[in-house]
Design a protein around this ligand. Structure first.
Ligand code: GDP
Ligand code: MG
Length: 434
């Protein structure tokens, strides 16, 4: 088990302004993704998306409980304990549209013993009907692109318009499949809340599969434009499943003073939480670790993807699937560059960082040559999208940035030399005496 610090909490990392601009708080995102616990580790990002006020944050707080109580049977908590974490009550207080990430990663082990960092992300849409469709589409797009597991939270039933939301992604997915032969998205889990037809179709993943199969069937009198989604959804996403969740009870939905305690929640709902959540966080699920272009990525790489996608969305218009594909290829190169640069910095820091003693310039140069060579090699070998021409540009950037870093290390090293000399009073005095 691992501890979260007492200050851990939700952090708004993406904000959407009233004129529909996406603003990424790079500093805050970096603090999370570069958290010491996540350093160098592969990551899993589990997100929840869907309409406003449908119990998303409430659900996420149970995810939090599960992750915090890792390996304990009684993870679900005590009967009279208020439910805390992501802010779920809506109602009072203003909500800022955007994306909210838990400030600290959780550590889990893969079946082979390797540790990975698990991150949780909440999304927040708007009330305002003018901007709802537009902004929610943005949030949904970014969520799907950066997450390994996306929970798509919907009320009552899986409807045509839920599939409609996915048509853009199916189109993008088909392009990506053609270009790179891997599906761009990992797991999409439809989470149907307040399922009312338990007598026909049972709660849980089994019932969900029935509903999903039924909705994805192509029939003669359906919307023609949804055909692509229907026929390709299971290809574009590596895993699509669906879970039917019962109503949590009237105390949850009607009582103003309800604080999330288990004793006020219907038994069926709690039973289904126990079945849904451990399944979502199974580390032997092949889609649990975030992959891009068939490669499992680290938090450093995810940071670059976030940045690039937010830049693509910054214009305030949803990009075309083709533009999305180009952005992904660019982000892919940027991420490979970031990893190579990180490798260079880490190796150099070890030998000539701030706390290391002065070394002879020839030795420093030999060190740089070797680490530089390895770093460039790392970039060349990384699987990259977008072809040779695109990666050449990024290789050039990498070479320039490493050269600049080297020049800084040299200066720093020289300064240590002077420092060492002037701080040696005995030498100084003996010179004077002579
Ligand atoms: P969000 O905007 O989707 O994040 O919704 P919240 O998590 O803030 O919850 C909004 C309201 O829905 C709260 O009053 C919750 O008590 C209530 N709620 C939570 N879970 C459910 C559910 O499964 N069904 C219904 N009908 N309401 C729920
Ligand atoms: Mg919420």
């Amino acid at each position: 088990m691992h501890q979260q610090s007492p200050t851990a909490g939700p952090v708004q990392i993406v904000t959407i302004t009233p004129d529909h601009k996406f603003i990424l708080d790079e500093k805050k995102l970096k603090e999370i993704l570069y958290h010491r616990r996540a350093q160098g580790k592969k990551i899993s990002l589990v997100s929840i998306a869907g309409d406003f006020r449908k119990g998303k944050s409430f659900m996420l707080d149970f995810f939090l409980r599960y992750l915090r109580a890792k390996n304990q049977k009684e993870w679900i908590g005590k009967e009279s304990e208020p439910l805390k974490g992501f802010d779920w009550r809506g109602g009072a207080g203003r909500h800022t549209t955007g994306m909210i990430m838990w400030s600290e990663p959780f550590i889990m082990s893969l079946p082979n013993g390797e540790e990975i960092a698990v991150l949780l992300m909440d999304t927040q849409g708007t009330f305002d009907s003018n901007s709802t469709v537009f902004e929610n589409a943005f949030i949904f797009a970014l969520t799907l692109l950066v997450s390994s597991v996306t929970v798509y939270n919907i009320m009552h039933n899986l409807q045509e318009d839920n599939l409609q939301h996915l048509s853009f992604f199916a189109e993008y997915g088909v392009l990506a499949l053609d270009a790179y032969h891997t599906s761009p998205f990992q797991q999409l889990t439809f989470l149907v809340r307040d399922w009312q037809f338990e007598y026909e179709t049972p709660y849980g993943f089994h019932g969900g599969e029935e509903v999903l199969t039924n909705r994805l069937q192509i029939r003669p009198n359906q919307h023609h434009d949804l055909e692509l989604v229907r026929s390709r959804l299971r290809q574009c996403f590596r895993k699509v499943n669906c879970f039917l969740m019962p109503h949590p009870g009237l105390k949850v939905t009607n009582r103003r003073e309800f604080d999330g305690r288990l004793e006020d929640i219907e038994k069926d709902f709690k039973t289904q939480l126990q079945s849904l959540i451990p399944e979502l966080f199974r580390s032997d699920n092949a889609n649990f670790v975030k992959e891009i272009n068939g490669e499992q990525i680290t938090s450093t790489q995810l940071f670059e993807y976030f940045r690039t996608y937010c830049a693509v969305f910054a214009s305030g218009e949803l990009p075309s699937p083709k533009a999305m594909l180009e952005a992904t290829a660019e982000a892919n190169n940027l991420a490979a560059k970031a990893v190579s640069k990180e490798f260079y910095t880490r190796a150099m820091e070890q030998h000539c960082g701030g706390d290391r003693p002065y070394i002879h310039p020839n030795q420093l140069d030999a060190l740089h040559q070797e680490v530089y060579r390895q770093s460039i090699e790392k970039f060349r070998c990384a699987r990259k999208m977008g072809g040779e021409e695109m990666s050449q540009t990024y290789l050039q950037d990498l070479e320039n940035e490493l050269a600049e870093q080297y020049s800084n290390y040299k200066k720093h090293n020289d300064s240590k030399n002077v420092f060492a000399f002037s701080r040696t009073p005995t030498t100084f005095i003996s010179c004077m005496v002579l």
